[in-house]
Ligand binder design. Sequence first.
Ligand SMILES: [Zn+2]
Ligand SMILES: [Zn+2]
Length: 388
Amino acid sequence: MVSSINNNSYEKNIVLLRSAFREYYFKHSKIIEIPERIEEREFGFMLFEAGMIRHLSFRNIGELLATLIKEVPSDVYCSNAYYRFPTYDMHEKQWVGADLIFDIDAKDLHLPCEAMHSYIICANCGEPQEIKADVCIYCKTGKLNHVSIPCNKCNYGLKKEVKHLVDFLISDLGIKEKTISIYFSGNNGYHIHISDIEFHRLDSQARSDIIGYLIGNDMMTESIGIRKAEASSDGFLVKFPKSGMMYGWRRRIAQKLGIDQTSTTKLHNMVQQKGGYSGFKAELLKMAKDIGVRIDPQVTMDVHRIFRMAGTINSKSGLTKIRCNNEIESFDPLNDACLLSDKEVNVEMKVPIKLKLRGQSFKIRKETARIPVYAAVYLICKGLARVN
Ligand SMILES: [Zn+2]
Ligand SMILES: [Zn+2]
């Protein structure tokens, strides 16, 4: 987040960011992943001072790289969809299919540590705010942005959710592990891309159904064998499904409840304890929400979205969206995705900061500091520092 006030320091911020990003695209072009069927994709750029341009197309990675080095966008996007005519208007593009994509973002996890490392910054004048309000207390016009300096707990929580999602995808949806790509988003989340061609043609509704399954929206008591039965003395009956309890949601619920398939008595008693069919149903829905995956449904349902491209820099942090399939356990975004230059620059801090980047701890209390470009860019992107 680079604040948009038109002054000298804003200009200097942009100069630093552009030069750091350009150097990255020049030096680290191998990290940029060539999207499959690149010529069928729509690309979009966010430019530092000119906003978004969409409906771009590139025939090969060389063409794209040359443009990145020349234009130096703040953010680079590529469609998850394939089109016959990617540069045409949306209704004339002729949609062919789209990769299935999931977004796991810290904001959806509501982690308790969030408040410990959040700042409120004015989107207009860039000033940090002491208190929550509708507009900036200094310029009286700017909307307020929340920025976060994610901690280890955030990363641990996010990776746990990623593994949870991957478990659902493989064991419940039958997705092959080799078609699953896991990326750090470049800020405070992870993106999971499924390249399995079986899912390409799914429309938005079908993708929404997948989401419904993953978050446990439509969990029914009947699916674990509890039926309403007015005639019975308890008002309900328990009979385990013929296909068993060892698969999908049934397995997850059974595990959570601590029941096995040998006897229905335990489950029967539980339902009774919850006040019968309706009481247990409410309990089950709550439990399903707990067990389900926390994902952003909009991202998965949108089959025309342009999505941050793997290997490019996220201007919310200066970190790279980067693949981390094999080393997800040990992956540390503040180290492994921090790839900008280590030349030193002077910055003016807006708030005192404690931060660990690329293995180096920064504890900046004073107003000005001389720090490496990767740290300066990170803090400027977060709106917490400016070029001095
Ligand atoms: Zn302001
Ligand atoms: Zn945290």
